[in-house]
Design a protein. Structure first.
Length: 319
């Protein structure tokens, strides 16, 4: 039903809460011809997400990849850190008829942004987002949604409400919070400690206030329910989706993208159907279904504690 393909694992940031900061994988783009080869192997797909652990805009073939993905009738989305969103690139993205652009800023102010993503001025990111939003006309691009994405940290919660109204004023469609799988962050890293010290009651109050502000500003807002204790919802990705890395490795979910940790085959060398129905893949699905601790046990999607409302019916959502 949905496939995530990694156009590149190269990135111009070294974020403290990103997996790629702590691994030694080669940094490369997926060549366009390999991307098209992958598309040819796949069955009909309803949603493509052109994203991995890198910044997709570093692959200059991205607009062609979007158009090729949409040719099958699927909807297409992507993340970007917005640092490379020049006017020309923004126009290319919009003209490719992409359905959704998630603008991952991970912060609501210059100081927090500098802590999480040093090297790029916060003001330039805001300018790029404003220009993209200005170019996105609801009349000319009615099927393209723009959303702001922020990772849950104590710093983000302190200033969350400061981003809701500006987001609405820019004409964006949504602001949402996202929790992350911090298992890969070194245990002595201060950001890992901060992520695990979220006061859930403070979080609930902040999210409630932000939700009211969003309703008044007529912008969608969503956030994961960190207090959810209903573990009946299990991750559905291994059963109806997969992740494909820039070098062709296939894994069951985007939040475990390191093929050295988990992969079931390589689409540059093997057929999709063979990998999808392979015995190791089937055993993995059985373990997920039976809630036997799999390798991705720390993933926030495991019990539906993920940000995306479509994948998480337990998410806190404001009308």
């Amino acid at each position: 039903m949905r496939v995530q393909i990694e156009p590149t694992n190269r990135c111009n940031f070294r974020c403290v809460n990103c997996r790629r900061t702590y691994w030694s994988r080669p940094n490369r783009n997926m060549p366009l011809e390999k991307f098209l080869m992958v598309l040819d192997q796949l069955p009909p797909v309803s949603r493509f997400h052109l994203q991995g652990v890198g910044e997709p805009l570093l692959n200059r073939d991205l607009p062609k990849m979007i158009r090729s993905s949409k040719a099958s009738g699927a909807s297409v989305g992507k993340f970007t850190n917005a640092s490379l969103l020049s006017r020309n690139i923004a126009e290319e993205l919009l003209d490719s008829c992409i359905n959704r652009i998630n603008l991952s800023i991970n912060s609501t102010g210059p100081h927090t942004f500098k802590v999480l993503r040093s090297g790029i001025p916060f003001e330039s990111i805001v300018y790029n987002i404003a220009e993209l939003a200005g170019l996105r006309s609801k009349i000319r691009y009615p099927d393209t949604e723009l959303a702001l994405s922020l990772v849950i940290t104590p710093q983000t919660l302190k200033t969350l409400q400061d981003i809701v109204k500006p987001g609405a004023d820019l004409g964006l469609d949504e602001v949402y919070l996202q929790n992350i799988n911090s298992e890969f962050i070194p245990s002595n890293n201060i950001e890992r400690e901060l992520i695990h010290t979220i006061d859930k009651e403070i979080y609930r109050k902040v999210v409630h206030k932000a939700g009211k502000a969003a309703k008044n500003a007529a912008i969608r807002f969503s956030a994961p329910d960190l207090n959810n204790q209903d573990h009946t919802y299990l991750c559905k990705w291994p059963f109806h989706g997969c992740n494909i890395t820039w070098d062709g490795f296939m894994s069951p979910r985007c939040l475990q993208p390191d093929p050295e940790v988990l992969n079931f085959g390589n689409l540059f060398k093997e057929d999709f159907e063979k990998i999808w129905h392979s015995k190791p893949y089937r055993i993995f699905r059985d373990r997920v279904m039976n809630d036997i601790k799999p390798i991705c046990a720390e993933c926030p999607e495991r019990y539906g504690l993920m940000w995306h409302p479509a994948g998480n019916p337990l998410a806190i959502q404001q009308p």
